[in-house]
Write a protein that binds this ligand. Structure first.
Ligand code: PEP
Ligand code: MG
Length: 608
């Protein structure tokens, strides 16, 4: 009966628009397909009259969806509604979180030697002999047959993905795993897989996904490795600049263990996974169509100006060495200065805190010189499965131990942020619907468990607890009373904890006088405040609100003038170099920014 009902259930559909400048590329596609596979219903994507199975990375990629393209997702069968909702939310989140990879601006140069221009992957300067990459293949006996090698490779990629789960590049391994599953499933021998990879590589050549060919080669190499193929590479003991056609993403780890000073690749793009990993490893690198050099010939790789200098003159070498030294001194200086206080020219100390999402970003923030955590976005702590009370408590405790001053925000799901284990109703305007603290109206048990875990993890520490999306005094009071009720229920003393709110819904701009009586602190969330002030969705593919608009600064001025409780700012605006002087002049004393922006934000403050 049940099966009968599902077989004949009506298909459900939704239109999804690609909003990321990078298009719907391999990594988000892999995450999407991976979630689609967890449902047994049929899930297809249709674009330009072509319909494909959404559970296969390869077929989904074949739609070549670019920014602005709208495709239809059709779901039919068991739990179709759940699947549709979860996939829609994940898609929006993937689009929102997909950072655009921008071309790096080049500095000017003047070298006497002959110069080849290229495109910068990762900035820096290196002076060393060029070393042309070559490998030797040795075939050993292997106990494994093709199927075992395929399963082992999939398992390895799964482990790499989970090992590096907190690393922002971990999704590269998920992408490769999904790719291998979708290509390998119908292959029975290595030569079939080789043919498939060749065919796919040919199809990708010259398209926007060209740079992903190295991922196809990488997964093939992984399977071959388990079939006994050993790739032997040797690198010089002295510093060198590696020159090669392309590298496989999996080779970057190995390269990091060598004396490599820089890398010149002939065939890749700044969007490739190899490029992403080179940037993450901080290896100065360039894409340039250059000749092979005589082994041992010194070259200058100036990945600031975006050039290679062949046969550099003594003068070129001296200049490059000076630049290198200067860069090293600058790096060392800002590295030490990042732990120093940020004091304005007039002697006003400004606190620079960090926005973090988990233990690894909190540790990174500490390393970068953060003085506290101004925003712990707790919704990113557990992205896949619902955590138990104990897991949550442990995670919060580890983060709380890192700093004295910590603000943790209760779950802010809804809008553009989805969690697969929290089911929210389908809404026409999710950004105006069940978001942030409103979740507690339909899922009080989730907020209860989270607050319980935070209280336990806080112990005696005066942690600050912040509620997102507060839009009225009553809403704040109800949520705080709920927190007090949770504390009473579990017999916990929370008198030392502070309760504050995000200012991100415009209605509260006019309620500050009453809110002053009930809140302990405020934090301005300009990302949402801007979208709600201008009625422009923050993920909108075409419209973008002016983040430096006087309207926004008037709102901030109003807040700083009216609030009688401490105010900080944790939206992106806090790290904007054009905004920092204005924010400080309005009286802002605490800025909370992403870990990577801390040193820079402190420098900007010192100039005001
Ligand atoms: C904000 O809205 O400015 C903010 C910091 O919160 P989030 O970006 O997590 O919504
Ligand atoms: Mg917000």
């Amino acid at each position: 009966m049940f099966l009968f009902k599902n077989l004949f259930s009506k298909p459900l559909s939704v239109q999804l628009t690609v909003t990321s400048n990078n298009g719907f590329h391999l990594r988000p596609v892999a995450q999407f397909a991976s979630l689609a596979k967890s449902f047994s219903c049929q899930i297809t994507a249709t674009f330009n009259n072509k319909s494909v199975d959404s559970k296969s990375v390869n077929t989904l990629l074949s739609l070549s969806l670019e920014k602005g393209d709208t495709f239809t997702l059709v779901v039919q069968g068991r739990k179709a509604d759940e699947a549709l909702e979860a996939l829609q939310r994940l898609f929006i989140t993937l689009m929102q979180n997909d950072k655009e990879i921008k071309q790096i601006d080049k500095t000017t140069y003047s070298y006497e030697g002959s110069v080849i221009e290229g495109e910068i992957i990762s900035e820096g300067i290196a002076i060393a002999p060029a070393y042309t990459y070559h490998t030797t293949e040795v075939q050993h006996q292997s106990e494994m047959d093709f199927n075992a090698a395929l399963s082992k490779s999939i398992e390895e990629l799964e482990t790499l993905y989970h090992d590096k789960e907190k690393d922002e590049n971990a999704s590269i391994y998920l992408a490769q795993k999904e790719l291998l599953i979708s290509l390998g499933t119908h292959c029975h021998t290595l030569s079939e897989l080789e043919e498939k990879v060749e065919e796919e590589s040919r199809n990708l050549a010259g398209t926007k996904l060209d740079a992903k060919i190295s991922d196809y080669q990488d997964i093939l190499q992984r399977v071959k490795k388990h079939l006994g193929l050993e790739i032997q590479v040797s690198f010089p003991d002295k510093p060198f600049i590696l020159l090669c056609k392309d590298l496989l993403p999996s080779e970057i780890d190995q390269l990091q263990q060598t004396n490599v000073g820089g890398v010149i690749l002939k065939e890749t793009s700044i969007h490739s996974h190899t490029a992403i990993l080179l940037r993450a490893a901080g290896i100065c690198s360039l894409i340039a169509d250059t000749q092979d050099y005589a082994e041992g010939e010194s070259v200058i790789l100036d990945a600031q100006a975006g050039v290679i200098v062949q046969a550099p003159s003594a003068h070129d070498l001296q200049k490059a060495r000076e630049q290198l030294e200067q860069a090293n001194v600058q790096k060392a200086l800002s590295a030490t200065k990042r732990f120093e206080a940020a004091i304005t020219q007039k002697g006003r100390p400004i606190k620079v805190f960090a926005n973090v999402a988990d233990l690894s970003t909190a540790k990174a923030a500490k390393e970068e010189g953060a003085e506290g955590i101004g925003l712990l976005r707790s919704e990113f702590l557990f992205k896949e499965v619902k955590p138990s009370l104990e897991t949550q408590q442990k995670a919060y405790k580890e983060i709380f131990e890192l700093f004295v001053d910590i603000t943790v925000r209760t779950l802010d799901v809804g809008g553009d942020k989805a969690l697969p284990y929290i089911h929210l109703p389908a809404e026409n305007n999710p950004f105006l619907g069940v978001r942030g603290v409103r979740l507690f109206r339909i899922h009080p048990e989730i907020l209860e468990e989270q607050l319980h875990a935070i209280f336990l993890a806080a112990g005696d520490k005066p942690i600050k607890i912040m509620f997102p999306m507060i839009s009225s005094v009553e809403e704040f009071m109800q949520t705080k009373s709920f927190a007090q009720h949770v504390a009473r229920k579990y017999q916990l003393d929370i008198s030392h904890l502070q309760f504050g709110m995000m200012i991100e819904v415009p209605s509260v701009l006019f309620l500050l006088e009453s809110l002053n009586d009930v809140v302990d602190f405020y934090s301005i969330g300009t990302n949402d405040l801007t979208q709600y002030l201008f009625a422009i969705e923050r993920t909108h593919p075409l419209l973008k609100a002016d983040e430096l608009s006087p309207a926004l600064f008037s709102a901030i001025e109003l807040i700083l003038d009216t609030a009688t409780k401490p105010v900080s700012i944790c939206g992106e605006l806090a790290a904007n170099k054009h905004a920092i002087p204005k924010l400080l002049n309005l009286g802002m004393e605490t800025l909370s920014v992403s870990p990577k922006s801390i040193a820079q934000t402190k420098e900007e403050i010192r100039d005001v």
